[in-house]
Ligand binder design. Structure first.
Ligand SMILES: *Cc1c(COP(=O)(O)O)cnc(C)c1O
Length: 410
């Protein structure tokens, strides 16, 4: 396929979602293809952050817990996220980080499946997911163990000892998107629960947790949801499990009556029991602005545009960059919003691109990742990014020592 730059511009002119670009504060001239790692700030998030800091924190002070909705924020924003992931409002809360939420829900899954001890995950899963499950297994001794199997063997490995299958809906490296309903059904057929990690799919692709009969889920606030660096994460517990699930991080704000100040923990009767301590109000304020923006977007149109952008990226790379190999599924419906390519000099290539105003990222040992967004990526930016990428490869501009010096964050 050889689409011209003018044709890419014509796609932008006809794009019904093009107007959302102006909702973001993106530096002029930068092509940002890393919203899958850190979403850019919505302008409303920046405005609400300074407003909340000045008036609610600065003037109303402690009264804000009652008068400015601070206490309800984790469930209010959770209910909004529910609208993006096919959940009911009372099934989602915002709390903690993805890592911590995974700990709570994996332990919660064990509480719902007494007698079962296996937490099943795929090799090459995002490290924190495996590390958290490993730590939980070490804590619980013979009551829990992490079993890691190759991706291709995952479904066959679900047996009657599996309490939960823990799986990224969209894989951080390959961008592979699992069929949520089919995998959930396979887990449940063996009596196991399905715990989805939506970090790379919430706000990125169509997610229908209840349509898929999912049991549990966690996800990240700072990637496609544009909640800001270190934004709080979210968790989902299907209504049918809310009464029975128990989690070990029983902090005071998960108590039925936090301000009764009782010595013994009594869990709240609702999703609040899955929260732990004081919510980060400023971060929640930014996240809520990101969620509000996503709720204004037609999800089906966003899914279609995301697929079209990443399809275009792949087609142009394959036409112009013969040294790069596609490491993501070819069909848009089998991918998330990022495309992974491999090259032995991947790190240096990404650094050379960043120097030329095209921001992607690198995942060791050899993966270059480029994420698109139906909200802020333009078709012509995809065209320009591949044009620059082809030039960096053809001219070997990446072949410099300075581009090989690894930074702490790649
Ligand atoms: C980004 C990501 C996380 C992030 O976890 P933190 O607790 O925010 O560091 C977890 N899991 C997956 C699959 C991710 O992609």
């Amino acid at each position: 396929m050889s689409l011209s730059r003018a044709e890419a511009e014509a796609l932008d002119a006809a794009d019904p979602l093009a107007r959302f670009r102006a909702a973001f504060d993106l530096p002029e001239g930068l092509i940002y293809l890393d919203g899958n790692s850190l979403g850019p700030p919505p302008k409303t998030a920046l405005a609400r952050l300074s407003e909340t800091a000045a008036s609610e924190w600065g003037r109303d002070l402690i009264r804000s817990w009652n008068t400015n909705g601070w206490m309800e924020a984790p469930l209010r924003v959770g209910a909004k996220i529910a609208g993006l992931i096919g959940a009911q409002p009372h099934e989602v809360a915002v709390a903690d980080s993805t890592s911590v939420n995974l700990f709570k829900l994996a332990a919660g899954a064990l509480s719902l499946r007494p007698g079962r001890t296996t937490l099943l995950a795929q090799a090459g899963e995002f490290p924190t997911d495996l590390h958290i499950l490993q730590g939980l297994g070490e804590l619980l001794g013979d009551r829990a163990r992490l079993k890691i199997v190759p991706e291709a063997e995952l479904l066959a490995a679900i047996d009657v000892d599996v309490a939960a299958v823990v799986l990224s809906h969209v894989h951080y490296r390959s961008s592979r998107r699992w069929d949520m309903a089919a995998v959930t059904a396979a887990a449940q057929a063996k009596g196991a629960l399905m715990l989805w990690d939506l970090s790379h799919s919430a706000g990125a692709v169509v997610v229908d947790l209840n349509g898929a009969m999912a049991d549990l889920a966690v996800g990240c606030g700072y990637k496609h949801l544009n909640g800001g660096p270190g934004a709080p994460a979210f968790l989902f517990v299907a209504e049918r499990h809310l009464a029975a699930i128990r989690q070990p991080l029983t902090g005071w704000l998960g108590h039925a009556e936090p301000f009764a100040f009782e010595d013994a923990h009594r869990p709240a009767p609702d999703i609040r029991a899955l929260t732990t301590g004081t919510p980060p109000i400023l971060s929640l304020t930014a996240l809520e602005a990101g969620i509000d923006l996503h709720l204004a977007v037609d999800r089906a149109a966003a899914e279609a545009k995301g697929g079209a952008l990443s399809d275009l990226f792949i087609a142009l790379v394959e036409a112009r960059c013969p040294d790069l190999r596609l490491a993501s599924p070819r069909r848009a419906q089998d991918r998330g919003l990022h495309v992974s390519l491999t090259h032995a000099d991947g790190y240096a290539i990404v650094q050379a691109l960043i120097d030329r105003g095209v921001v992607g990222d690198f995942r060791a040992p050899d993966v270059l990742r480029f994420g698109v967004s139906p909200l802020f990526t333009r078709f012509v930016e995809v065209w320009d990014a591949v044009d620059i990428l082809a030039d960096v490869l053809d001219s070997r501009a990446f072949d410099r020592d300075a581009y090989r010096q690894r930074a702490a964050v790649t």
